[in-house]
Ligand binder design. Sequence first.
Ligand code: NAP
Length: 281
Amino acid sequence: MDKLILITGASGYLANALLPYAAQRARVIGTARNIEDIRGDTLSLDLTNRTAVLDAVLSKRPDAIIHCAAVNPGGSDADMIAVNDIGTKHIAEAASELGCRLVSVSSDTVFNGKEAPYADDAIASPLPDNIYAVTKARGEAHIRSLLPDAAIVRTSLIYGTDKMDRGTAGFSQRLAAGDTLKLFSDVIRQPVHDQALASCLCALALDHTDESGFIGIAGDEAMSRFDFGVRMLDYWGINYKNQLEESSGIGIPGLPLDVRMTMQRAQTLGLPTPGVSLVLG
Ligand SMILES: NC(=O)c1ccc[n+]([C@@H]2O[C@H](COP(=O)([O-])OP(=O)(O)OC[C@H]3O[C@@H](n4cnc5c(N)ncnc54)[C@H](OP(=O)(O)O)[C@@H]3O)[C@@H](O)[C@H]2O)c1
């Protein structure tokens, strides 16, 4: 336990699984802007403030940073640019200045969805209307140019079996309000279990420290957004009788249809990538 990991986005959904997992392997400092909800050692840190980021990293001197902070779809364009693009640049600058390991979390939505399955080193091709994807791809590019030794993990929809993911929570609210839910049957993702992803991120931060560049890590079961939605609603015992409809994502601006990844590097490294059926049984 002599290693120190600094985790950004420590109040977020992924961090809910990552923080306790990482704490079994190392000392951990969790950072976010609002730190009330975080367990353990914490630091309030706004990633848009370059000086604050550099000061924090250079004073805490972590062995590794796992960068999970982001503004996800639903946030404002300005916030996505400030955090996913510029904030990620600040983290890369700080990690480079200190010379520490950086593992950064990116998204399968950096791909345009037209050339699946995507290899680990596939070039980002975000759809221009998807500002989240554009800003995540820009964050990736900053890391590649500032700290080529860093690992950038492209992942898929994150779900947990202890805490409901945001997508399912939103569906649940709309169903409870009596809405009909239309879910895409031609949008293909590889949902990833939060515990498995946490274990992969820690392994890259602490064990496979020579692994650099892009690594696709998700669940090894590709499924449509409709099928995944049904699996999650069933798992959480949410009633959706007569309120679900299959729909198509074709023609929706900024929506990549098929972003499956080959995940060859994860397989070679023996990282766990269980699919939904294996996790849920
Ligand atoms: N969730 C998914 O299905 C999914 C899918 C693919 C990829 N990802 C990626 O996985 C990572 C984790 O996602 P998540 O869903 O766990 O995120 P999340 O729940 O939305 O949490 C985002 C975190 O970022 C922090 N943050 C936002 N703006 C910040 C700022 N200016 N300064 C410092 N911290 C800031 C938030 O803290 P405050 O609220 O305190 O600011 C929060 O802790 C992200 O990189 C995301 O892009 C997620």
